[in-house]
Design a protein. Structure first.
Length: 87
């Protein structure tokens, strides 16, 4: 994922949206954030560059974390909820 983010940014992507299917802690880590939503210390982040938005699955719980950019959105299981995301 990290290499793809860097490749897209180097090609001039204004916005990078990652579609994932992993636990929310892994998604937060991809955003460079810890479980508390605060930035991880330098040297502990998995990627130098992060996506602007993650739209993910796996957890089956409706969530939007954190409240500022970069953002993570997940909907409930079985299409009980959905997100409309304006970029």
């Amino acid at each position: 994922a990290c290499g793809k983010i860097e490749e897209l940014r180097s090609k001039g992507a204004d916005v990078v949206v990652a579609l994932t299917h992993q636990g929310y802690r892994a998604d937060l880590s991809l955003l460079g954030l810890g479980p508390d939503g605060k930035p991880l210390p330098e040297g502990t982040r998995p990627c130098k560059q992060t996506p602007d938005v993650i739209v993910g699955g796996h957890d089956h719980n409706n969530m939007a974390l954190p409240s500022s950019s970069p953002r993570l959105f997940k909907a409930d299981a079985d299409a009980l909820t959905a997100w409309v995301i304006e970029i």
